[in-house]
Design a protein around this ligand. Structure first.
Ligand code: SF4
Length: 421
């Protein structure tokens, strides 16, 4: 089957984006700033879950650290797998979030990928406060509580409705109230009074960042797509850790200009994009490069995903910061009911003109896995677009069979090829 597509041709070239270097620089500066603050004890540091209330924390003068991004680095550097048992020994099951288990394992072992990547950084930044939102899962609550005890720092939480159909005013009001209730305890930690104008400024920047990130991702609607999902997983760094800052806005303006330039020149991210694929679920961090090559060698561009779209918060509005933050963080895909998710998928597959869907069944993250209750079958019936399930994990490489993945992906692309003929 390999020969059918590749025959005697050369392997397709995957082209690098120049703005990727800007993103790397942004991330380096971000971690050095946190490290300096951690060593000096100021500015204060707040830990935040990836879709937690970062705008509030930033507006109150905290530097914001996201443990999930650190855990993704543990995965990408393939450090995670051997660290997970450390957390298992404390009673955190190998079946729960391997971000949590790898991250706690790394702390117990006293290691971090930050010190491998950024010279002079020896450890993760110490939290003055930890703030989570259960909109994505309950695991963040357990994860942050563990560190709260370790560092003797307060842990604050927003408890979100899950499996939400239509987002109602009652949902928004209850979450907005919880967000407002964070202010007083955060003032105690930060030592400075909350200023509404500052929150409005940060929310406006966060909204601008979100809009630009959306436009970046939507450049992939063009044929050939100037972007791949695998590029997106690293390019999204500033949207996750830098939302609410001018620097993140500037980065995405540059990136968007480069992608538009590619479109003008009819230049795809793959030299020859024959199949357009959608990825649902978490990336397999320790196999990003291998998966990128696996697909591109088959002339298949995985160009859109639910995952990268998770940091689009279109509802944010500085004129009504609390209600719109509550709405934006509740209407996220991961928070929604299956029927809302199906509608979302249907729109995305059409928007990105997709030939096939890859579902990642991530063993330790049921929250970001959408193929366990018949969704792929229902969507195939509705859209006629075929799909493939890959059984793997975000961080635990013991749960992955590379051979099986390769065989299944090759067979899937062969099926797509037959459909095209
Ligand atoms: S959503 Fe999944 S990967 Fe992310 S913290 Fe929760 S369980 Fe872990």
């Amino acid at each position: 089957m390999w020969g059918n597509i590749m025959s005697d041709e050369k392997k397709p070239v995957r082209k690098k984006l120049k703005a990727a270097a800007d993103v790397s620089r942004f991330m380096a500066e971000y971690y050095y700033e946190l490290d300096a603050a951690s060593k000096k004890g100021k500015p204060k540091i707040a830990w935040c879950s990836s879709v937690g209330p970062a705008e509030i924390l930033r507006a109150m003068g905290f530097l914001v650290y996201f443990p999930e991004t650190h855990s993704a680095m543990l995965g990408a550097t393939r450090m995670a797998t051997e660290l997970i048992p450390e957390a298992n020994a404390l009673g955190y099951s190998p079946d729960i979030c391997s971000y949590l288990t790898a991250d706690i394992g790394a702390f117990l072992r006293g290691v971090t990928p930050l010190s491998k990547i950024y010279k002079g950084i020896e450890s993760i930044p110490k939290p003055d406060v930890l703030v989570f939102n259960t909109n994505q899962c309950r695991d963040v609550q357990d994860w942050f509580s563990w560190y709260g005890q370790k560092f003797k720092a307060p842990v604050l939480g927003i408890y979100t409705h899950r499996n939400v159909g239509k987002v109602t005013e009652a949902h928004v009001a209850s979450i907005a109230k919880q967000m407002e209730a964070l202010i007083e305890p955060l003032e105690k930690v930060s030592g400075r009074p909350f200023q509404l104008d500052e929150l409005k400024r940060v929310v406006a920047l966060s909204r601008e960042c979100s809009q630009l990130w959306k436009e970046v991702l939507e450049t992939a609607t063009v044929k050939p797509s100037p972007l791949t999902f695998f590029d997106g997983t690293t390019l999204m760094g500033p949207a996750v850790v830098g939302r609410g800052t001018q620097k993140a806005v500037d980065i995405y303006k540059t990136l968007l200009a480069e992608l538009k330039d590619r479109i003008k020149k009819n230049e795809g991210a793959l030299q020859d994009e024959r199949f357009r694929l959608y990825w649902d679920g978490m990336p397999v961090w320790g196999r990003l490069r291998a998966h990128s090559e696996l697909f591109s060698d088959l002339k298949a561009n995985v160009l859109a995903s639910t995952y990268c779209n998770s940091w689009i918060f279109s509802t944010l509005d500085e004129n009504d910061p609390f209600d719109t933050m509550a709405k934006a963080y509740t209407e996220l895909f991961i928070v929604r009911s299956d029927s809302e998710k199906e509608t979302y998928f249907t729109n995305m597959l059409e928007l990105f003109k997709v030939d096939g869907v890859i579902y990642h069944d991530a063993k330790t993250c049921p929250n970001n896995t959408n193929c366990r209750y018949g969704m792929p079958q229902r969507l195939e019936q509705k859209t006629g677009i075929p799909s493939l399930i890959i059984n793997a994990d975000l961080n635990d490489l013991r749960l992955i069979s590379d051979e099986q993945t390769k065989t299944n992906v090759e067979a899937f692309i062969e099926q797509l090829e037959e459909n095209q003929n």
